[in-house]
Design a protein around this ligand. Structure first.
Ligand SMILES: NCc1[nH]cc(CCC(=O)O)c1CC(=O)O
Length: 311
């Protein structure tokens, strides 16, 4: 590597995306003091179309396409993603190379008036556009009025503060990263709201043939997070959980063992299928597939087919 080598990070412009890109930049500069790192901020379709539920406009891929094109065109070298938003497949020539250490994966209950879900009065208005959160909350509290809530973290908080909602549900990780932990009224335990696959983890994508970039990224890898995220994503992939789906997946590692819990639910919370597997960490992806197959055997395919028909 020459002294002047510059590594360019393609990133969305939301506060959270910029935080994550800055985090990766700081890590890279820590491990490689000679390296120059630049951010290349860009808007994606997902950022531009803010008023339509994601499932209706093509799902998560909308947030990554522009970043991927920048790498393929050589305008950027890496893209930093929330693993939750990264589709299961990658375009030819690109790969997810690095998975960084996970932040808190739980969902957060955010409200100016109430401490937790069970404190909400009958019929209270709760904001979330996530089908996964919606189905689990409806199963716990069928009386609540769950309404769509899109936009970046600050937009969503502003809508709560306006009085549009009694409470909203956000990923704890986003609030913690943006130093807004005081907005978290309570954490929702995975037993009540199983997180999305990859929630709280940051991943780094690069060109498959870019060995220099890969060698620079290597120290940012976090082995335990990779095992957890691989298991969770393998489950989603087997379920063909393409765009926005009512699927939860949550893995924990203990020693050389991984335990994976999964859930598929009807959006109205009327039916929720759950399953759990454990085994050796080196078999993480196989465990994800096994778990998906247990859920399919319980009828997950029928539930998901209903969801896609409605989307
Ligand atoms: N769907 C948008 C999104 N993508 C990643 C995060 C949070 C941070 C993370 O999961 O790493 C969020 C916001 C949210 O779900 O509240």
């Amino acid at each position: 590597m020459t002294q002047q080598h510059t590594l360019r990070i393609a990133t969305r412009k939301s506060a959270l995306a910029l935080w994550q890109a800055e985090f990766v930049k700081a890590q890279l500069m820590h491990f490689h003091p000679e390296l120059k790192v630049e951010l290349v901020p860009m808007s994606t379709q997902g950022d531009i179309i803010l008023d339509t539920p994601l499932a209706k406009i093509g799902g998560k891929g909308l947030f990554v396409k522009e970043l991927e094109q920048a790498m393929l065109d050589g305008r950027a070298d890496i893209a930093v993603h929330s693993m939750k938003d990264v589709p299961v497949e990658f375009p030819e020539g690109l790969e997810l190379y690095t998975i960084c250490e996970r932040e808190d994966p739980r969902d957060a209950f955010v409200s100016n008036s109430y401490k937790q879900l069970s404190d909400l009065p009958q019929g209270a208005v709760v904001g979330t556009s996530s089908l996964r959160r919606q189905c689990q909350i409806r199963a716990l509290r069928p009386d609540l009025d769950i309404r769509d809530l899109r936009g970046n973290v600050n937009t969503r908080l502003a809508k709560l503060d306006n009085g549009d909602y009694d409470a909203i549900i956000l990923a704890a990780a986003g609030l913690l990263r943006l130093e807004m932990s005081e907005r978290i009224a309570s954490y929702i335990e995975p037993e009540l709201s199983l997180p999305a696959n990859g929630q709280g983890a940051v991943g780094i994508e690069c060109r498959s043939d870019d060995t220099l970039t890969k060698s620079l990224l290597a120290p940012l890898e976090h082995a335990e997070t990779r095992i957890r995220v691989l298991a969770e994503r393998a489950m989603n992939r087997r379920l063909e959980g393409g765009c926005q789906v009512p699927i939860g997946a949550y893995a924990q590692v203990s020693g050389d063992q991984v335990q994976l819990r999964g859930l598929v639910g009807a959006v109205d919370g009327s039916e929720i299928l759950r399953a759990q597997v454990s085994g050796r960490s080196e078999d993480a992806e196989q465990l994800g597939i096994e778990l998906a197959e247990q859920l399919l055997a319980q009828g997950a395919d029928k539930i998901l087919a209903e969801v896609y028909k409605g989307a």
